[in-house]
Ligand binder design. Structure first.
Ligand code: GSH
Length: 77
């Protein structure tokens, strides 16, 4: 299943949630701390600390909402 690293009030994360939902894709939300210094999971995964980040079930990691949407369209449409 796709994991979405996010926080609820992030507008870029909402854009990705809306896309996942409109495509009918199951996903798991992983809440990321608002404190930048505590975002160790996404830093290790993606090399940067901004959300959203997705990790697909095959291990593919994508950050940036526009790139995530492009990835979803290319792989799941
Ligand atoms: N261009 C990025 C922007 C992502 C972004 O700026 N996310 C904000 C949250 S809405 C963030 O993580 N900012 C860094 C911070 O909160 O410290 C995208 O479209 O995903």
């Amino acid at each position: 299943m796709i994991k979405l690293y996010q926080f609820e009030t992030c507008p870029f994360c909402k854009k990705v949630r809306d896309k996942l939902e409109s495509m009918g894709l199951d996903y798991e939300k992983v809440e990321v701390p608002r404190d930048r210094g505590k975002r160790t999971d996404i830093k290790e995964l993606s090399g940067q600390i901004k959300v959203p980040v997705i990790q697909d079930s095959d291990g593919t990691v994508v950050n940036d909402s526009a790139k995530i949407i492009e990835y979803l369209e290319e792989n799941y449409s």
